[in-house]
Write a new protein. Structure first.
Length: 238
């Protein structure tokens, strides 16, 4: 399960409303990309869904239940942070185990989940290394592994590849898409990169200044952009 519904959600910081009333449904199993220029509210929206920021008004539903006041750790969602959020002094195995240890998952279950995640991410041979002994792409996979073992109903990614060089980014895009194919878990992926949006998404949400300009598949947006902004951003033919 992993359906997420936003009903008339708004967010203000002080006097400034950065998210005007917004409605959005993300279906279970969908790969949804939030795309838009820097400062348009992508991270804020993701953090509202994760519960890392309180919404100012409106409601958030997860799998049909009101989650508006549910604390982040109880929402069943996993925010994937950039690879630099790993603990440098811990092995890959311990980095991946850490969230389960905190949640009190029994040791044998921890072991089962670590092996599953390592297999899904091609990290089996690297479990005893420290993050410093890994490539950027491998470190990013460990960061994802730490989320997988929590068996979330959705993964939330905030520009997870922005620290990687161009070649690595291409590979990691493929790996994340492949992971989605394998797990079939809801994923919400934030990027300002049109190519990433167009190549990875089932559904794209185009944001401008906190507003949703258009929601649709990459082909919908390409062939039938609703306005000049979407056309320009997606690169539709004139
Ligand atoms: P994006 O991720 O699309 O670049 P953000 O969600 O980070 O955009 O920011 C959206 C707007 O909200 C920006 O104008 C930003 O300055 C503002 N903002 C974000 N977080 C805060 C905060 N904690 N306090 C005040 N303003 C914020
Ligand atoms: Mg951002």
């Amino acid at each position: 399960m992993g359906q997420i519904k936003l009903n008339q959600v708004t967010k203000s910081f002080g006097e400034t409303q950065v998210i005007p009333p917004l409605d959005l449904t993300i279906e279970d199993g969908e790969f949804t990309v939030f795309v838009g220029p820097s400062g348009c509210g992508k991270s804020t929206l993701l953090r509202l869904i994760a519960g890392l920021e309180d919404i100012t008004s409106g409601h958030i539903e997860i799998d049909g239940a009101d989650a508006t006041n549910v604390p982040p750790a109880k929402r069943g969602l996993a925010m994937v942070f950039q690879s630099y959020a790993l603990y440098p002094h811990m092995s890959v195995r311990k980095n991946i185990a850490f969230p389960m240890k905190m949640a009190g998952v029994p040791e044998d279950e921890q072991k089962r989940r670590i092996e599953g995640a390592a297999k899904a991410l091609n990290l089996t041979d690297y479990l005893d290394r420290k993050p410093g002994q890994l490539s950027g792409g491998q470190r990013q996979r460990v960061a994802i592994g730490r989320s997988i073992v929590r068996e979330p109903s959705a993964f939330l990614f905030d520009e997870p590849l922005s620290n990687l060089d161009a070649a690595l980014r291409v590979g990691m895009r493929l790996e994340i898409s492949e992971l989605h194919e394998r797990l079939k878990t809801t994923m919400i992926y934030v990027t300002h990169d049109q190519v990433e949006a167009m190549t990875m998404a089932d559904k794209i949400v185009v944001l401008r200044a906190g507003f949703i300009e258009q929601v649709g598949s990459p082909l919908d947006l390409y062939h039938a952009p609703r306005n000049e902004f979407v056309a320009g951003f997606i690169g539709s033919p004139k």
